[in-house]
Every structure is written in C-alpha cells, then in structure tokens.
Design a binder for this molecule. Structure first.
Ligand code: NDP
Length: 453
C-alpha cells in the first residue's frame, strides 16, 4: 500500500468511524488512483480525492408513518449528495433494514465514478431508509413513501438531484414517491427515474441494469473471441437486477443454474427457462414470495438455506463459467472467490454494487480472469435513467429498440474505456483500475475547472 493511500485511509477512518463499507469503497478506488495522482500532480495539489470523499451535502431525517394497526412507526431517511461536478446528483434510493449512513455513503461514492463512466452528464448521489417493505401492505408502503417524500422533496429536483430505485424500491415505490412529489410541488417533472410508462418512464429502464451487466460480460468475452452461447452461469439475488440478468443470458444462449434471496438459493441443474423466469417474476414482483417456492414448484431444483454466519455462500460453489452477483454488497468473500476460481468461473460481471470483498477482488485480478466490477458492469441502469431524463426533457419517448441500442452502445463504450485506461496506466486487462481511473479523470478535471467549491 502506498504512503498516500495509507495516510488517506487513516484520515477516512478517523473522520468516518463505524462506516466499514465506505472505508472499503474508498480504499478500492484510492488503490487504483495512486498511479494517476503521481502522473498528474495537479490532482494532488488541488486535493481532488480528498474533496471527492467528502459528500457535498448529507440529509438525515425522521420518517413517521402509521401502520395498518394504527401504530405510529418511525424510520430514518437519508440522502447523500456526493458530487455534482459533471451534472445533477443521480443515484437510487434503497429501502432495507440494513440501511445506514456508511452504506449509503459507499453507494454514493461508487455512483460518482459509475455515472462518469456512462458518458452522460450525471453527478453522484444515493439515499434511502431503514424501512423494510417486506411484509408491508400496499397502504403501509404508500404512507411510508409519502412521509419520506414530504421531507425529501425540498432537496431534490430535475436539475438538482434525481433519485431512482435500488434494493426495496421498484415501480410501486417510485409511483408513490412521484405522486407525493407532484402534489407538494404542483409540477410534473422528471424528478425521479424508473417511472411507469404511462407517466414519463422509459422503455427498457426496468431491464437496463441486468441487460447491461450481461452486455458487459459479452464484451469481456469478446476480447477472447468468445460468446455467452452455452456458458453455465451462476446468478445471485432474485430482484430487479437478477431477473433481467437471467432474461438476457437466456436470450444470448447461456444457461442459468442459480437464483437466491436473503433466506436461501435454488440450484436448477437443467437450467432456468423463460417459463421458470416468468414464475420467479410473478413470485417476486406480484406475490412477493420467497425463492423456496421455486423448488416446491419445479421438481429437480434444489433449495438450500443460506446461513449468514457461515464462512462462505454455497451458491458460489458450483461448476460454472460465469458469475453474476446481483443481490447486495460483500456477498462474495475470500472463500467464495477461491471456490469460484476452483470451479472454473472465469467471467464475473457484477450487477450488484460492491458485491466482492477486497480479498475476493485481489484473487480475481491475480488470476487474470475477466472480472467486471460493479461500477462498470452495472452502469447500464443509471445510464438508462439518464436516457429517461433526456426523454423527459424533450417530452418525447424513444422506442424499445432505440433505448436498447443506446444502452448497448453505452456498455460497449464503458467497456472500451476500462480496457483502454487499464492499458494506458500499465495494467492491461485490469478492469478495476480501468473503471476507477476512467471514472475519476472526467470528474477530477471538471473539479479543477470549477475551482475550490
Ligand atoms: P431488489 O430489491 O429488486 O432485489 C434485491 C435482491 O437481493 C433480492 O433477491 C434480495 O433478497 C437480495 N438481497 C438484498 N439484500 C440482501 C442481503 N443483505 N443478503 C442477501 N440477499 C439480499 O434490488 P435490485 O435488484 O434493484 O438491486 C440488487 C443489487 O443491484 C444491489 O446491490 C443494488 O445496489 C444494485 N444495483 C441496482 C440497480 C437498479 O437499477 N435497480 C442499478 C445498479 C446496481 P430478499 O428479497 O430476501 O431481500
């Protein structure tokens, strides 16, 4: 570890105690940037990285609401406005009981680099709440969303900060949030993305993160003159990202063996088909059930409970070619990484944000496999949110084909940036360095242009 990174991390830890995910995200980026900072003394002199790790603004607020039993519930809401050097803050809202300041700061930090990589003019932000939508009625979710927006609305706007979905925030939640924003502001603007198609949403936005992550894998494979045809794939999660990841893998001729939720995972030896995926989408998006039901429905599929205290996740211990971690942060630890490599996995495209621990990443990079980190591989979601913003500004809708073509072009461009940048800075094939440096330079140069603000 360089002296610079060591000192920086000491500062980050002292200033942001009890935020391990934030420390991890900063460490990963800073480690890649050491070489850039050496080459461009202006970045060091102007303390660009030191400024980047300090959010421009953080909001934390009370979210009171009344449940179906008439009891008052109190949750905590957050919005981190991390960096606006290249455009309005942009990044999702996460509703999950694990949400806290450190997790949202790591996500907002990652978002700055990811958004820069998309080539679109979007700054970085993230927000959410420790509210758990699981097991809540539609009425409860609506009352929570209305209360959440009753505070958030004063901090966001189509030219200021444009939130979207993330874990626990899908079409239903975006609808309730948008309705409340419109009522409070009395204006119909593209203040959120992931909207319904009837009221300003973009075709392909729901599909975009999963599709994008598979397009990224296909691009990585093309550097070895290979395709996804016939490849065996492990996918984790069963939410928005996982569902459309499976859909696109199937379209490109791959075979998907696994899916999971926080309770357990299914292994389907004969492969998840389009019909089975339809069952999962209905199970998760409409009936809001659990993955265990998959194994009850489809004979031959094996369900295994996941023990969160175990030293590894058995989902990553199956023979395969590709892995698409699409659930949550740090779901692939050091032992999982060793299992993946042992089982022949040589393509990893991260649909989730920071799903691999630092020790896992080190193993992937050392093994020289095709490892696409989240901030590059899952950038298709926010890129298509950017396309939704563009369509809202024009008051015009592109067709499915137009949006999908743009998404593919953007994923190709992100891939090229990663490959070219990694090469330029002396680490060919290292997508981690490629993504971190590629995302950083544009933001850093914009910060230099805009003075000390
Ligand atoms: P969803 O809420 O739709 O699905 C999340 C899935 O991950 C569920 O299957 C959920 O299981 C599982 N999961 C969530 N938390 C945990 C946990 N702590 N342990 C184990 N499993 C967990 O979210 P998305 O699909 O939208 O998001 C998945 C990942 O992709 C996240 O890392 C998100 O930040 C990232 N991402 C999402 C984008 C988007 O456009 N939606 C864009 C870019 C990245 P359960 O139902 O049991 O909670």
């Amino acid at each position: 570890m360089s002296e610079f990174v060591k000192n920086l991390m000491a500062q980050v830890k002292a200033k942001n105690p009890s935020e391990p995910e934030f420390h991890q995200a900063v460490f990963e980026v800073a480690s890649s940037l050491a070489v850039v900072l050496e080459k461009h003394p202006a970045y060091r002199k102007e303390k660009i990285l030191e400024r980047l790790i300090e959010p421009e603004r953080v909001f934390m607020f009370r979210v009171p609401w009344v449940d179906d039993q008439g009891e008052i519930q109190i949750n905590r809401g957050f919005r981190i406005q991390m960096n606006s050097a290249i455009g309005p803050y942009k990044g999702g809202l996460r509703f999950h009981p694990s949400v806290n300041l450190g997790i949202l700061k790591f996500l907002a930090f990652e978002q700055v680099f990811k958004n820069s990589l998309t080539t679109l003019p979007m700054g970085g932000g993230k927000g959410g709440s420790d509210f758990d939508p699981k097991g809540k009625s539609d009425g409860e979710v609506m009352r929570f969303c209305q209360s959440f927006m009753s505070e958030l609305f004063r901090h966001i706007g189509s030219n200021t900060d444009v939130p979207a979905g993330d874990i626990g925030v899908g079409g239903r939640e975006i609808g309730f949030l948008f309705g409340q924003y419109k009522k409070l502001r009395n204006e119909f603007t593209g203040v959120l993305t992931g909207k319904g198609l009837n009221w300003g949403g973009s075709l392909i936005r729901p599909e975009a993160t999963g599709y994008g992550s598979v397009y990224f894998a296909a691009e990585m494979l093309s550097t070895r003159k290979q395709t996804l045809e016939g490849k065996k794939c492990l996918v984790s999660g069963s939410g928005n990202v996982a569902q459309y990841t499976v859909g696109k893998i199937l379209q490109l001729g791959g075979k998907v063996l696994t899916l999971s939720d926080s309770n357990g995972y299914i292994y389907d030896e004969v492969g998840i088909t389009t019909e089975k995926l339809q069952f999962v989408m209905d199970l998760k998006n409409v009936r809001r059930g659990r993955m265990k039901d998959y194994a009850d429905k489809f004979k031959g599929a094996v369900y295994t409970q996941i023990d969160p205290n175990a030293d590894h996740n058995p989902l990553w211990n199956h023979k395969a070619d590709c892995a698409f971690p699409s659930a949550t942060q740090n779901e692939v630890n050091s032992k999982d990484a060793a299992n993946l490599l042992k089982n022949g996995v040589y393509v990893i495209s991260e649909g989730a944000n920071m799903p691999s621990s630092i020790e896992a990443i080190d193993q992937f990079v050392a093994a020289k496999i095709l490892y696409g980190p989240g901030k590059a591989a899952n950038a298709g979601g926010v890129a298509t949110s950017g396309l939704e913003m563009a369509q809202n500004s024009m008051r015009y809708n592109w067709t499915r084909e137009e949006v999908d073509n743009r998404l593919q072009l953007i994923m190709k461009s992100i891939h090229k940036t990663c490959v070219d940048t990694a090469e330029k800075y002396g680490t060919p094939g290292n997508y981690v360095n490629g993504a971190n440096i590629g995302g950083f330079v544009k933001v850093a140069d914009s910060m230099l242009d805009q003075g000390i603000v």
